[in-house]
Design a protein around this ligand. Sequence first.
Ligand code: ATP
Ligand code: ZN
Length: 294
Amino acid sequence: MERTADSKTSLRIAIQKSGRLTDKTIELLKGIGLRFDDYKRNLMVKCRNFDVELLLIRDDDIPEYVQDGVCDLGFVGANVTAETGADVSVLRGLDYGVCRLSLAARKDGDIQQLEDFEGKTIATSYPRLTRRFLENNNIANTNIVTISGAVEIAPRLEVADAICDLVSTGNTLKANGLEELEVILESETQLIQTNKKLSPGKKKLIEKFLIRMDSHQQAERSRYIMMNAPESAVPKIKEIIPSLNSPTVMPLADDHMVAIHTVIPIDQFWIVMERLKEEGATGIVILPIESMIL
Ligand code: ATP
Ligand code: ZN
Protein backbone atom coordinates (compact mmCIF):
# COMPACT_ATOMS: atom_id res chain seq x y z
CA MET A 1 0.00 0.00 0.00
CA GLU A 2 3.02 2.23 0.49
CA ARG A 3 3.73 5.01 -1.96
CA THR A 4 6.60 7.45 -1.97
CA ALA A 5 4.88 10.55 -0.69
CA ASP A 6 6.61 12.87 -3.18
CA SER A 7 5.75 10.91 -6.32
CA LYS A 8 4.00 14.02 -7.65
CA THR A 9 3.02 17.38 -6.40
CA SER A 10 -0.64 16.93 -5.93
CA LEU A 11 -2.18 16.47 -2.52
CA ARG A 12 -4.24 13.37 -2.10
CA ILE A 13 -6.98 13.79 0.48
CA ALA A 14 -9.11 10.94 1.82
CA ILE A 15 -12.71 11.67 2.67
CA GLN A 16 -15.67 9.48 3.58
CA LYS A 17 -17.44 8.29 0.44
CA SER A 18 -20.93 8.17 1.79
CA GLY A 19 -21.96 8.79 5.36
CA ARG A 20 -22.40 11.33 8.08
CA LEU A 21 -19.19 13.23 7.33
CA THR A 22 -19.46 13.39 3.55
CA ASP A 23 -21.71 16.42 2.98
CA LYS A 24 -20.02 18.56 5.62
CA THR A 25 -16.55 17.73 4.31
CA ILE A 26 -17.51 18.47 0.71
CA GLU A 27 -19.16 21.69 1.86
CA LEU A 28 -15.97 22.68 3.67
CA LEU A 29 -13.79 21.92 0.64
CA LYS A 30 -16.10 23.91 -1.60
CA GLY A 31 -16.14 26.68 1.00
CA ILE A 32 -12.37 27.07 0.68
CA GLY A 33 -12.73 27.44 -3.07
CA LEU A 34 -11.99 23.92 -4.32
CA ARG A 35 -13.95 22.91 -7.38
CA PHE A 36 -14.52 19.31 -8.50
CA ASP A 37 -17.34 17.46 -10.16
CA ASP A 38 -19.08 14.17 -9.84
CA TYR A 39 -17.63 13.13 -6.51
CA LYS A 40 -20.63 10.87 -5.91
CA ARG A 41 -19.87 8.46 -8.72
CA ASN A 42 -16.09 8.24 -8.59
CA LEU A 43 -13.55 6.81 -6.19
CA MET A 44 -11.04 9.45 -7.14
CA VAL A 45 -11.83 13.04 -8.11
CA LYS A 46 -9.43 15.67 -9.32
CA CYS A 47 -9.88 19.22 -8.20
CA ARG A 48 -10.14 21.65 -11.12
CA ASN A 49 -8.46 24.65 -9.57
CA PHE A 50 -6.09 23.36 -6.85
CA ASP A 51 -3.50 20.55 -6.90
CA VAL A 52 -5.73 18.23 -4.92
CA GLU A 53 -7.30 14.89 -5.64
CA LEU A 54 -9.93 13.39 -3.38
CA LEU A 55 -10.05 9.71 -2.59
CA LEU A 56 -13.55 8.69 -1.55
CA ILE A 57 -13.46 5.65 0.73
CA ARG A 58 -15.03 4.15 3.85
CA ASP A 59 -14.17 6.14 6.93
CA ASP A 60 -12.66 3.05 8.61
CA ASP A 61 -9.92 2.95 5.95
CA ILE A 62 -8.94 6.62 6.14
CA PRO A 63 -6.46 6.58 9.06
CA GLU A 64 -4.45 3.69 7.56
CA TYR A 65 -4.36 5.23 4.08
CA VAL A 66 -2.98 8.40 5.63
CA GLN A 67 -0.59 6.51 7.88
CA ASP A 68 0.85 4.64 4.89
CA GLY A 69 1.19 7.80 2.80
CA VAL A 70 -1.30 6.58 0.22
CA CYS A 71 -3.09 9.83 1.08
CA ASP A 72 -1.37 12.90 2.45
CA LEU A 73 -4.36 14.21 4.37
CA GLY A 74 -7.67 12.82 5.56
CA PHE A 75 -10.89 14.02 7.10
CA VAL A 76 -12.10 11.48 9.65
CA GLY A 77 -13.64 11.15 13.11
CA ALA A 78 -11.20 11.08 16.04
CA ASN A 79 -13.04 7.92 17.11
CA VAL A 80 -11.91 6.05 14.00
CA THR A 81 -8.29 7.22 14.20
CA ALA A 82 -8.15 6.26 17.88
CA GLU A 83 -9.63 2.82 17.24
CA THR A 84 -7.21 2.01 14.41
CA GLY A 85 -4.28 3.37 16.42
CA ALA A 86 -2.85 4.79 13.19
CA ASP A 87 0.37 6.76 13.33
CA VAL A 88 -0.75 10.14 11.93
CA SER A 89 -0.65 13.78 13.00
CA VAL A 90 -3.79 15.70 13.82
CA LEU A 91 -3.66 19.10 12.07
CA ARG A 92 -7.03 20.51 13.00
CA GLY A 93 -10.13 19.63 14.98
CA LEU A 94 -13.32 20.53 13.14
CA ASP A 95 -16.68 21.29 14.62
CA TYR A 96 -18.79 18.69 12.84
CA GLY A 97 -19.32 14.98 13.37
CA VAL A 98 -19.29 15.72 17.07
CA CYS A 99 -20.18 12.66 19.12
CA ARG A 100 -18.98 10.50 22.00
CA LEU A 101 -18.18 6.85 22.40
CA SER A 102 -20.09 5.56 25.41
CA LEU A 103 -20.83 2.43 27.35
CA ALA A 104 -24.55 1.85 27.70
CA ALA A 105 -26.71 -0.85 29.18
CA ARG A 106 -30.38 -1.69 29.59
CA LYS A 107 -32.21 0.86 31.68
CA ASP A 108 -33.14 -0.78 35.00
CA GLY A 109 -30.99 -3.80 34.14
CA ASP A 110 -28.27 -5.24 36.34
CA ILE A 111 -25.55 -2.97 34.94
CA GLN A 112 -25.92 0.39 36.64
CA GLN A 113 -22.33 1.49 37.10
CA LEU A 114 -18.86 0.81 35.81
CA GLU A 115 -18.07 -2.03 38.25
CA ASP A 116 -21.11 -3.94 37.03
CA PHE A 117 -19.46 -4.49 33.62
CA GLU A 118 -17.20 -7.15 35.17
CA GLY A 119 -17.92 -10.53 33.59
CA LYS A 120 -20.41 -9.11 31.08
CA THR A 121 -20.67 -9.32 27.28
CA ILE A 122 -20.31 -6.00 25.46
CA ALA A 123 -21.13 -5.49 21.80
CA THR A 124 -19.20 -2.78 19.95
CA SER A 125 -17.59 -1.65 16.70
CA TYR A 126 -14.76 -0.24 18.82
CA PRO A 127 -13.17 -3.28 20.49
CA ARG A 128 -9.73 -1.73 21.03
CA LEU A 129 -10.98 1.44 22.70
CA THR A 130 -13.53 -0.47 24.74
CA ARG A 131 -11.01 -3.00 25.99
CA ARG A 132 -8.45 -0.35 26.82
CA PHE A 133 -10.96 1.72 28.76
CA LEU A 134 -12.18 -1.24 30.80
CA GLU A 135 -8.66 -2.44 31.55
CA ASN A 136 -7.62 1.05 32.62
CA ASN A 137 -10.54 0.92 35.02
CA ASN A 138 -9.53 -2.48 36.40
CA ILE A 139 -12.33 -4.39 34.77
CA ALA A 140 -10.37 -7.29 33.40
CA ASN A 141 -12.99 -9.92 32.62
CA THR A 142 -15.35 -8.95 29.90
CA ASN A 143 -16.37 -10.57 26.68
CA ILE A 144 -16.14 -8.04 23.89
CA VAL A 145 -18.11 -8.94 20.79
CA THR A 146 -17.21 -6.96 17.66
CA ILE A 147 -20.13 -6.12 15.40
CA SER A 148 -20.04 -3.61 12.61
CA GLY A 149 -23.50 -2.05 12.66
CA ALA A 150 -26.76 -1.72 14.56
CA VAL A 151 -24.91 -2.28 17.82
CA GLU A 152 -27.77 -0.78 19.80
CA ILE A 153 -30.08 -3.72 19.21
CA ALA A 154 -27.60 -6.30 20.55
CA PRO A 155 -28.98 -6.25 24.13
CA ARG A 156 -32.54 -6.73 22.90
CA LEU A 157 -31.40 -9.67 20.79
CA GLU A 158 -29.63 -10.98 23.88
CA VAL A 159 -26.36 -11.06 21.98
CA ALA A 160 -24.82 -8.83 24.63
CA ASP A 161 -25.51 -7.40 28.09
CA ALA A 162 -24.27 -3.96 27.15
CA ILE A 163 -22.86 -1.94 24.28
CA CYS A 164 -20.15 0.59 23.58
CA ASP A 165 -21.26 2.84 20.74
CA LEU A 166 -21.27 6.36 19.31
CA VAL A 167 -23.84 8.69 20.77
CA SER A 168 -24.77 12.19 19.73
CA THR A 169 -28.25 13.09 20.97
CA GLY A 170 -28.87 9.88 22.89
CA ASN A 171 -32.18 9.32 21.12
CA THR A 172 -31.11 6.02 19.53
CA LEU A 173 -30.10 4.67 22.93
CA LYS A 174 -33.39 5.77 24.46
CA ALA A 175 -35.40 4.24 21.64
CA ASN A 176 -33.71 0.93 22.38
CA GLY A 177 -34.29 1.08 26.14
CA LEU A 178 -30.63 1.76 26.88
CA GLU A 179 -28.99 4.15 29.29
CA GLU A 180 -25.63 5.85 28.74
CA LEU A 181 -23.36 5.04 31.67
CA GLU A 182 -19.80 6.10 30.83
CA VAL A 183 -18.30 8.30 28.12
CA ILE A 184 -15.04 6.71 27.02
CA LEU A 185 -14.08 9.14 24.23
CA GLU A 186 -15.22 12.60 23.08
CA SER A 187 -14.93 12.83 19.31
CA GLU A 188 -15.09 15.28 16.42
CA THR A 189 -13.98 15.27 12.80
CA GLN A 190 -10.28 15.89 12.40
CA LEU A 191 -7.96 16.78 9.57
CA ILE A 192 -5.10 14.30 9.81
CA GLN A 193 -1.76 14.27 8.01
CA THR A 194 0.64 11.50 7.15
CA ASN A 195 3.86 11.21 9.13
CA LYS A 196 5.66 9.96 6.01
CA LYS A 197 8.20 12.37 4.60
CA LEU A 198 6.62 14.94 2.31
CA SER A 199 8.29 16.75 -0.59
CA PRO A 200 8.80 20.52 -0.24
CA GLY A 201 6.15 20.98 -2.94
CA LYS A 202 3.58 19.05 -0.94
CA LYS A 203 4.48 20.84 2.26
CA LYS A 204 3.81 24.15 0.48
CA LEU A 205 0.46 22.88 -0.78
CA ILE A 206 -0.54 21.77 2.72
CA GLU A 207 0.40 25.20 4.08
CA LYS A 208 -1.77 26.87 1.43
CA PHE A 209 -4.59 24.44 2.15
CA LEU A 210 -4.43 25.18 5.89
CA ILE A 211 -4.41 28.95 5.39
CA ARG A 212 -7.59 28.60 3.36
CA MET A 213 -9.17 26.33 5.95
CA ASP A 214 -8.31 28.61 8.85
CA SER A 215 -9.57 31.71 7.03
CA HIS A 216 -12.79 29.91 6.22
CA GLN A 217 -13.31 28.69 9.78
CA GLN A 218 -12.56 32.09 11.21
CA ALA A 219 -15.07 33.65 8.78
CA GLU A 220 -17.71 31.09 9.69
CA ARG A 221 -17.33 31.99 13.32
CA SER A 222 -17.52 35.73 12.71
CA ARG A 223 -20.05 38.27 11.49
CA TYR A 224 -19.65 41.71 9.98
CA ILE A 225 -21.65 44.20 12.01
CA MET A 226 -22.74 47.71 11.00
CA MET A 227 -24.68 50.20 13.11
CA ASN A 228 -25.36 53.85 13.68
CA ALA A 229 -24.72 55.37 17.10
CA PRO A 230 -24.37 58.71 18.87
CA GLU A 231 -20.77 59.92 18.63
CA SER A 232 -20.63 60.21 22.43
CA ALA A 233 -21.26 56.46 22.74
CA VAL A 234 -18.19 55.47 20.68
CA PRO A 235 -15.80 54.89 23.64
CA LYS A 236 -18.38 52.63 25.36
CA ILE A 237 -19.14 50.78 22.13
CA LYS A 238 -15.43 50.16 21.54
CA GLU A 239 -15.31 48.49 24.95
CA ILE A 240 -18.33 46.32 24.21
CA ILE A 241 -17.13 45.08 20.82
CA PRO A 242 -14.51 42.34 21.09
CA SER A 243 -13.10 43.56 17.80
CA LEU A 244 -10.19 42.05 15.93
CA ASN A 245 -8.89 45.49 15.13
CA SER A 246 -10.10 48.94 15.89
CA PRO A 247 -13.63 49.37 14.46
CA THR A 248 -14.21 51.69 11.51
CA VAL A 249 -16.03 54.83 12.66
CA MET A 250 -17.47 57.17 10.02
CA PRO A 251 -19.35 60.46 10.43
CA LEU A 252 -22.96 60.57 9.25
CA ALA A 253 -24.84 63.46 7.66
CA ASP A 254 -26.80 63.73 10.88
CA ASP A 255 -24.61 65.68 13.32
CA HIS A 256 -23.28 63.80 16.33
CA MET A 257 -24.13 60.45 14.78
CA VAL A 258 -21.57 57.97 13.40
CA ALA A 259 -21.62 54.68 11.53
CA ILE A 260 -19.55 51.89 13.09
CA HIS A 261 -18.38 48.80 11.15
CA THR A 262 -16.54 45.88 12.66
CA VAL A 263 -16.28 42.11 12.98
CA ILE A 264 -17.53 40.15 15.99
CA PRO A 265 -17.30 36.47 17.00
CA ILE A 266 -20.64 34.80 16.43
CA ASP A 267 -20.79 33.27 19.91
CA GLN A 268 -20.87 36.76 21.45
CA PHE A 269 -23.46 38.03 19.03
CA TRP A 270 -26.51 38.33 21.30
CA ILE A 271 -24.68 39.68 24.33
CA VAL A 272 -22.95 42.30 22.21
CA MET A 273 -26.19 43.18 20.45
CA GLU A 274 -28.14 43.83 23.66
CA ARG A 275 -25.41 46.00 25.11
CA LEU A 276 -25.05 48.01 21.88
CA LYS A 277 -28.74 48.81 21.94
CA GLU A 278 -28.44 49.98 25.53
CA GLU A 279 -25.77 52.42 24.36
CA GLY A 280 -28.11 53.85 21.74
CA ALA A 281 -26.99 51.92 18.65
CA THR A 282 -29.66 51.73 15.94
CA GLY A 283 -30.00 50.20 12.49
CA ILE A 284 -27.79 47.28 13.41
CA VAL A 285 -27.02 45.12 10.36
CA ILE A 286 -25.26 41.76 10.54
CA LEU A 287 -23.64 40.15 7.50
CA PRO A 288 -21.97 36.80 6.94
CA ILE A 289 -18.30 36.81 5.87
CA GLU A 290 -16.93 34.72 2.99
CA SER A 291 -13.34 34.48 4.17
CA MET A 292 -10.99 36.28 6.54
CA ILE A 293 -7.25 36.60 6.16
CA LEU A 294 -5.71 37.76 9.40
P1 ATP B 1 -18.65 3.92 6.37
O1 ATP B 1 -19.57 3.30 5.39
O2 ATP B 1 -17.82 5.04 5.74
O3 ATP B 1 -17.81 2.96 7.14
P2 ATP B 1 -20.03 4.36 8.91
O4 ATP B 1 -21.36 3.76 8.88
O5 ATP B 1 -18.92 3.70 9.64
O6 ATP B 1 -19.59 4.71 7.41
P3 ATP B 1 -21.19 6.92 9.71
O7 ATP B 1 -22.39 6.43 10.43
O8 ATP B 1 -21.37 7.62 8.41
O9 ATP B 1 -20.06 5.81 9.56
O10 ATP B 1 -20.42 7.89 10.71
C1 ATP B 1 -19.24 8.50 10.36
C2 ATP B 1 -18.68 9.26 11.55
O11 ATP B 1 -19.60 10.26 11.96
C3 ATP B 1 -18.42 8.47 12.80
O12 ATP B 1 -17.24 7.71 12.76
C4 ATP B 1 -18.33 9.59 13.82
O13 ATP B 1 -17.06 10.18 13.78
C5 ATP B 1 -19.35 10.60 13.32
N1 ATP B 1 -20.62 10.61 14.10
C6 ATP B 1 -21.18 11.70 14.63
N2 ATP B 1 -22.30 11.44 15.29
C7 ATP B 1 -22.51 10.14 15.20
C8 ATP B 1 -23.53 9.26 15.68
N3 ATP B 1 -24.54 9.69 16.42
N4 ATP B 1 -23.42 7.98 15.36
C9 ATP B 1 -22.43 7.55 14.59
N5 ATP B 1 -21.43 8.35 14.13
C10 ATP B 1 -21.46 9.62 14.42
ZN1 ZN C 1 -17.17 3.15 9.06
